[in-house]
Design a protein around this ligand. Sequence first.
Ligand SMILES: *[C@@H]1O[C@H](CO)[C@@H](O)[C@H](O)[C@H]1NC(C)=O
Length: 366
Amino acid sequence: MVIRGMWVCKVRLVKHSGLTPILCLLTCVCFLAVFFIDYLEEWATCFGMSGISGSHVGLPPQSMPPTRPEEFLHMPSRLVCQRAKPYMITLVTSAPGNQKARQAVRDTWGGEVQVRGHRVMTLFMLGQTSDPVLTKELAEEAQEHGDLVQGRFLDTYANLTLKTLSMLAWARRFCPEAHFVAKVDDDVMFNPNALLHYIDLKWGAPESELAELYIGRVHMKVVPDRDPVSKHFLSEDAFGGTTFPDYCSGTAYVLSRPALLKLSLVASAAPLPKPLPPEDVFVGLCAHTAGIVPTHCPYFSGGPSVPFAPCCYQGMVSVHHIKPEEMLHYWTDMQYAAPCSWLRVRTSLGICKLRALLRHFLWSGL
Ligand SMILES: *[C@@H]1O[C@H](CO)[C@@H](O)[C@H](O)[C@H]1NC(C)=O
C-alpha cells in the first residue's frame, strides 16, 4: 500500500507541476510517519535526552543493609521465587482500598505465568492502613491469594517513594532469580508479552550477560515544583538542580537485576531527602548517580490515555488510566479478537498513538 502510494506520487510528480505533487508527497510522508510513529518517537527522544554527566559511585556491595523479613507485614512464602524461578517479576503498586483493581489485574494480564517461554510472576506491593476493617480484609486477601507484599509504612501519597524502596528491597532479597523487575501501577494495562518481545529484539540472546537496563517512558528536562502548597512540592534542600535528570514515568518501568542492585546501593548510601521527591523522580536520581541511562520505549504510554483497539493494545507494553471494568472488558476483547497481522499492528498502533497525542495536546491546551 505504501509502496503503491509512493509510486503514484512519483508518476504525478513527473506529470504535473504546481500544488498537486507537493500535497501528494505530504500525504505520503504523513502516512509513513503514522506507520512508523514508534520509531520516530524513539529517535526523537534519543535526540533530546541528556547523557550522564554526574559522578558515578563505586561503593562496595557490603555497604547495603540486608533486607529483613520483619520489614514486611505480609508477604508470600519467602521461597516463592526459588520455587517458581520467574524470569520477570511484576510488582504492582496498589493502595489498600483498591481491591477491585487488584482483582482485575489477577483476572487479566496478572494471571499469566508463562510468556514467550519465560516464567513470569505478578505480586502486589502496598503499605499499611490506619483503618482496622481494611487491615483485617487485607490479611484475608493475603491469605487467600498469597500475592500481597505489605511493607511497614503508612500507605499515603507522600510515602510512595517508601513503597518503591520497600519493593526494591523485597525483590533484592527474596527474588534474586528474576532477571527483570517491573514496577506497574494498578490502573495500568500491562503486556508482559510485548515487553519481553521488545527486550529480546533490542538486547538479543537471553543468555548473554544482563546489562543495566532501566526502561520505560522517559520524561526529559522536567523542572522541580517549587510551589510550597503543591502536592509535588520539592524544596531546594531536597533537590538543588534546575531540572531533574531524565527519568522513567512511574506508571510503569522495568529494571534489570544489575540495575536494581546498583540503584538500591545508591538509595541506601545517602539519607533520604525531606520531603521525599516523587517516586519516579527519586528512582531517576538514583539511576543518574549510579550512571544508569534510562531507555525510552515508545510502547509505554505516559500521561495521555490510549483509545482501545485490540491490535494497538497488542503492541503496547503499558497503557495507563484503565478502570478495573475496562481492564476486564479489553482483556476479553483481546482474547477473542482475530490475531493481528504485522500490518494491522503497525496501522493500529500508529492511529491510536496519534489519537492519544492529539487528545493530550487538546487536553493540555485547555
Ligand atoms: C510514612 O510512613 C511512616 C511510617 O509508617 C509514617 O510515620 C509517616 O507518617 C508516613 N508519612 C506520611 C506523609 O504519610
